[in-house]
Design a protein around this ligand. Structure first.
Ligand code: SF4
Length: 452
């Protein structure tokens, strides 16, 4: 959950302006939606409040991906109703308004994901904007909920895949790609405002542009096609770190590895494999062929030895047999992925996967999850240890009295590990320094700044 109080969105508070308290739940894609809504509200003269109490209105941007996320969203709406009373709900859960109204009939309005205009219309109705000419309080890069030195860059909405465990396409619709020039202009503004790292996100980053047949748009003096490879190459010219998230394992992903080995974008690929057993992958409606995946990983690493691979997996998928689970464990051992997240399957209402096999009992899911994590922890620790003695570039996220904490090119914010940096001179947040790695533990690295 993003905490508005930690952002710079609260500067320049005007006493008479309507005040809005905002709760942002869910993934980075939802966070970008929140940023857009807040940017529009601030440009219309609304102020943000740190507390529900005393605000004129509360907006809750919900997440409906898993049942646990839905429960968290419903609880956040309940708190807002109790502490304030005037509540507008938006985001993924807004695609099923009856579920919200069943529990909280008192909400003022419910709008779906990406329905920015509907959210604003609901806000205008509940609390009209004040007519003050002095409304130009929004910086050109918009309002960001992330720290100043990194930003999420959303390149498309929706998804054309139909993974059987996922209801996102139902909630957010089919793929809609932004023109490449729009994305690049936004990225350029962010970099001009001090952003050092761009995190490219979408539901399916490698599908970028398929819906618009890779249409070109004009940026600077050239035409740039809405194509994963072309966009990545242009983003790499802006002088910031560019990190690719949510890359579905299509064959053409192989093409961007060259940009990584050439240093154009970060050698980092967040590629959710979800499973390794061909039969489970088939039931998941994900691309199968585990041997091919292993061969591809090997080739990627040959072409780009510094490549960091992050992935996510699901254990306890309906009907998952012990043999299928063991295929996954064998894959983990062989693939040697650097960073891995593992989820126990949750039967999200409306997901076709729920009917594709017998539900796996919770205790079996738990046991498989533990076995999975044990194997992966060993793999991750082994890979981290190889970095001891090397020099890594590290972007500083926070500074303390004795050590600063940052991330190497191998670590995305929030989900990966950190590098703890000792330094003879004080470090600044957002600074990129060279660090000699002295020690590794299960998730993090420790070292000394040697180049500034
Ligand atoms: S790629 Fe699959 S899991 Fe990801 S959003 Fe699309 S349907 Fe859902």
């Amino acid at each position: 959950m993003a905490d508005i109080a930690s952002t710079d969105a609260l500067s320049s508070v005007r006493a008479d302006a309507p005040r809005i308290s905002f709760v942002s739940l869910g993934c980075p894609k939802a966070l970008v939606d929140s940023e857009r809504i807040i940017t529009s509200l601030r440009s219309e003269g609304y102020e943000l409040s740190r507390r529900h109490e005393g605000a004129d209105l509360v907006i809750v941007n919900t997440c409906g991906f898993l049942d646990s996320a839905k429960a968290e969203s419903l609880a956040a709406i309940g708190d807002a109703l109790k502490e304030n009373g005037k509540v507008i709900v938006t985001g993924c859960m807004g695609a099923e308004p009856e579920h919200i109204r069943d529990v909280h009939p008192g909400v003022l309005a419910v709008t779906g994901p990406q329905q920015y205009e509907s959210v604003l219309a609901a806000v205008h109705q509940a609390v009209p904007p004040s007519h003050d000419p002095f409304v130009d309080l929004v910086p050109p890069q918009g309002i960001k909920l992330t720290p100043r030195h990194y930003a999420y860059l959303k390149i498309s909405e929706g998804c054309n895949n139909r993974c059987t465990f996922c209801i996102i396409p139902k909630l957010r619709g089919d793929l809609v790609s932004r023109p490449a020039a729009d994305v690049l202009r936004e990225a350029e503004r962010l970099v001009a405002a001090g952003v050092k790292e761009l995190l490219v996100i979408s539901q399916d980053t490698s599908a970028y542009g398929i819906d618009v047949k890779y249409a070109a748009s004009k940026w600077k003096d050239r035409e740039v096609r809405a194509r994963f490879l072309d966009l990545a190459r242009e983003l790499g010219t802006l002088g910031a770190w560019v990190r690719m998230h949510y890359v579905y394992p299509y064959p053409h992903v192989d093409e961007v590895i060259g940009l990584m080995s050439d240093g154009v974008i970060l050698p980092y690929l967040d590629i959710p494999f979800q499973h390794a057993s061909p039969t489970v992958l088939k039931r998941m409606k994900r691309p199968a062929a585990q041997e091919k995946t292993l061969a591809r990983i090997q080739k990627w690493r040959q072409d780009c030895p510094d490549l960091t691979l992050r992935s996510t997996f699901i254990v306890g998928f309906p009907g998952e047999t012990e043999a299928e689970f063991e295929e996954l464990i064998d894959f983990l051992d062989e693939a040697e992925l650097d960073r891995v997240g593992c989820f126990k399957y949750e039967p999200v209402a409306g997901a076709p996967a729920n009917d594709l096999g017998a539900a796996i009992p919770d205790e079996v899911k738990e046991e498989r999850w533990k076995r999975f994590m044990e194997v992966q922890q060993r793999v991750s620790a082994r890979r981290l240890k190889r970095k001891v003695g090397t020099r890594q570039q590290v972007i500083i996220d926070s500074v303390g009295p004795t050590v600063a904490v940052g991330r190497s090119k191998a670590d995305a914010p929030e989900i990966d590990g950190s590098v703890h940096v000792a330094s003879r001179r004080p470090l600044r947040v957002g600074e990129i320094v060279t660090v000699k790695i002295e020690r590794a533990d299960a998730y993090d690295l420790h070292g000394m700044a040697v180049g500034f």
